[in-house]
Design a protein around this ligand. Structure first.
Ligand SMILES: Cc1cc2nc3c(=O)[nH]c(=O)nc-3n(C[C@H](O)[C@H](O)[C@H](O)COP(=O)(O)OP(=O)(O)OC[C@H]3O[C@@H](n4cnc5c(N)ncnc54)[C@H](O)[C@@H]3O)c2cc1C
Length: 553
């Protein structure tokens, strides 16, 4: 992908569908549409995955929770949705064991065990078509008191009756997941550009014509012509419609600011644990007392979350304060006495807008968003060619992409083509012999593994750059990331800023602010490739440092 070529193509081509928004939903939809043979453009006003898709809790939900709501349809959908990632990008996902301890108050162990048993029966096909056996989601089991204590020796033992173990999925690197689907769309002919803002969706006589756009880097404005528009702008989607076409066309949606944080120690190397929080789930059929918070191992860290607050503000006006994080820490420490997390342990906070249920701004026991919003505006408001997709959980993005592209085809008056979904791997998802990577890295197993985890079969592209320029075969200070990955991100993945490379193309800054030396090394490589002046380099470094800890202090 080359930005200048994309810009030229966007100005001169008429597309079948213009996808607005380069989060996980836009990326999956662009992949699905381009693989079905549509002429696709995908634009993102900042960088790919710079919205909620880089900020989430990294869980791939298989839907066990929806048994609680008696929603078997959603359980089944979630199983397909989770498996999509395991089939298309196996190197970027893992099974995640989760333990729910049970006590002599609250939901009894037998009830949770029954849930796990029913789930496993409903989810018999959960691993169908997933090639690597180490990526298979195992069945759950009932745990004794001793099992729970062994896994979490610091857990509160007073009244502990045992627990249950079940498995979900976990993303190794959410940003690389988005970028991999974007690259797949690119390989199938989609024209893709970041830092390109859709300022207005264009319509004439009830027919969508494309969008006016602003190049956020050059300031240039132009029009992209397209027979249809798929609005996948996440927390911005309804506002974009409102501002372009008026409130009559704008969906009535609610959002919460979901938040979690990362601490720099592993509470457990292997298992996630559910901790009782202080709010309740008003939609639960079986009252199980307080809602769970989770402490989850991720790389060498622990992820803690998730908290929800209803937000009506513009996404740009949403933030999180130190005081809020301290309240979250207090709540999770109260639920698991041995945790003893301090604010200073937090390396980064992740938060963003997520589709939510109907709640008032001050409600305590919040109703979650249940389903993604998919609107064909021709059917609902007589506006032909506009489809809106606002996703409720990143997990559902593959499934929803299929449905959204079906609606796009309907809007284009073409017959529905066969869904691609998980029938082929995405970019990097093809199985490879990992020893080939290792042999090119002089046997450095950790670097080889890191490269494989992030790029899968695409690791070869990074190694080809390192082969041409051996000085890029060195790792960035304090990381297992090759300098060649930075050049790869610029040359093939439209990275233009230091934040793009450090936060979203490589794993250098996913978990907290990199060292001063690492930042300088990355900035130096970028400055050389992109001919930055000293001033440009320094302003990129400042922008990066300002991104941490992602909390208003
Ligand atoms: C703390 C937290 C925890 C979560 N945990 C999980 C979890 O564990 N599992 C799970 O499945 N889900 C989880 N979610 C939900 C998940 O993050 C979201 O459902 C998902 O990321 C939404 O993706 P999206 O593509 O719709 O939105 P986004 O990722 O926000 O993407 C929308 C994109 O559109 C772009 N855009 C907006 N306006 C325009 C415009 N005018 N022109 C061009 N581009 C535009 C934005 O810049 C943005 O990049 C969590 C969310 C949060 C915040």
């Amino acid at each position: 992908m080359k930005r200048s070529e994309s810009l030229q193509a966007l100005e001169t081509t008429e597309f079948d569908v213009l996808v607005i928004g380069g989060g996980i939903f836009g990326a999956c939809a662009a992949r699905e549409a381009s693989k079905r043979g549509l002429k696709v453009a995908l634009i993102e006003k900042r960088d790919f995955a710079s919205g909620s898709s880089s900020q989430h809790f990294k869980m791939l939900h298989g839907g066990i929770r929806y048994l609680q709501h008696g929603d078997l349809v959603r359980v089944r959908e979630s199983i397909d949705a989770r498996r999509f990632f395991f089939k298309t990008l196996p190197h970027l996902v893992d099974p995640l064991p989760i333990i729910i301890p049970t006590y002599n108050v609250g939901t009894p162990r037998w009830m949770l065990a029954a849930g796990v048993f029913v789930y496993d029966a409903v989810a018999l096909d959960r691993n169908w078509g997933v090639q690597a056996s180490e990526k298979h989601i195992p069945g759950g089991k009932v745990l004794s008191k001793a099992d729970v204590f062994e896994a979490f020796p610091e857990i509160d033992q007073q009244g502990l009756t045992g627990g249950v173990l079940f498995y979900d999925g976990q993303m190794y690197n959410p940003c690389r997941i988005v970028v991999s689907y974007v690259r797949d769309a690119d390989e199938n002919g989609a024209v893709i550009c970041n830092y390109l803002n859709a300022t207005k969706i264009l319509e004439e006589n009830g027919l969508v014509q494309g969008a006016e756009v602003l190049d956020e880097l050059s300031g240039k404005r132009f029009t992209i012509r397209s027979k249809s528009v798929l609005n996948a702008a996440g927390g911005w989607a309804h506002r974009l419609i409102n501002e372009s076409l008026g409130s009559a066309h704008s969906p009535n949606v609610n959002f919460s600011r979901d938040a979690c944080f990362l601490v720099k120690r592993q509470i457990s190397k292997r298992n996630a644990v559910a901790v009782l929080g202080q709010s309740k789930d008003p939609d639960a059929l079986v009252s199980r007392g307080a809602r769970h918070l989770f402490v989850v191992p991720w790389r060498e860290y622990s992820l803690v979350g998730v908290w929800h607050v209803v937000k009506k503000e513009k996404p740009e006006d949403v933030y999180i304060t130190r005081q809020e994080i301290e309240t979250f820490i207090e709540e999770v420490n109260a639920g698991y006495k041995g945790l003893n997390i301090q604010f200073e342990d937090v390396t980064i906070s992740n938060w963003g807008l997520t589709l939510f249920g109907e709640n008032t701004e001050d409600s305590k026991d919040l109703s979650y968003g249940k389903r993604s919003v998919l609107i064909n505006h021709a059917k609902e408001q007589g506006l032909k060619g506009l489809v809106t997709l606002i996703g409720v959980r990143a997990t559902t993005s593959g499934v929803m992409a299929v449905q959204a592209v079906n609606e796009v085809e309907a809007a284009l008056n073409i017959s529905k083509s066969k869904a691609v979904f998980d029938s082929t791997p995405a970019w990097g998802g093809t199985a490879i012999d990992k020893s080939v990577i290792l042999s090119q890295l002089d046997g450095n197993a950790v670097v080889a593994d890191t490269l494989y985890r992030n790029y899968g079969a695409g690791a070869q592209d990074v190694l080809a750059i390192a082969g041409r320029r051996p000085e890029l075969k060195k790792t960035i200070d304090g990381t297992h990331v090759l300098a060649a990955e930075i050049v790869h991100a610029i040359e093939t993945e439209l990275a233009v800023k230091l934040v793009d490379v450090v936060l979203r193309r490589t794993e250098i800054g996913n978990a907290g602010c990199p060292s001063e030396q690492a930042i300088t090394q990355c900035a130096d490589v970028m400055a050389q490739v992109l001919n930055w002046t000293e001033e440009e380099k320094l302003s990129n470094i400042k922008e990066l440092k300002d991104a941490y800890p992602n909390i208003r202090l």
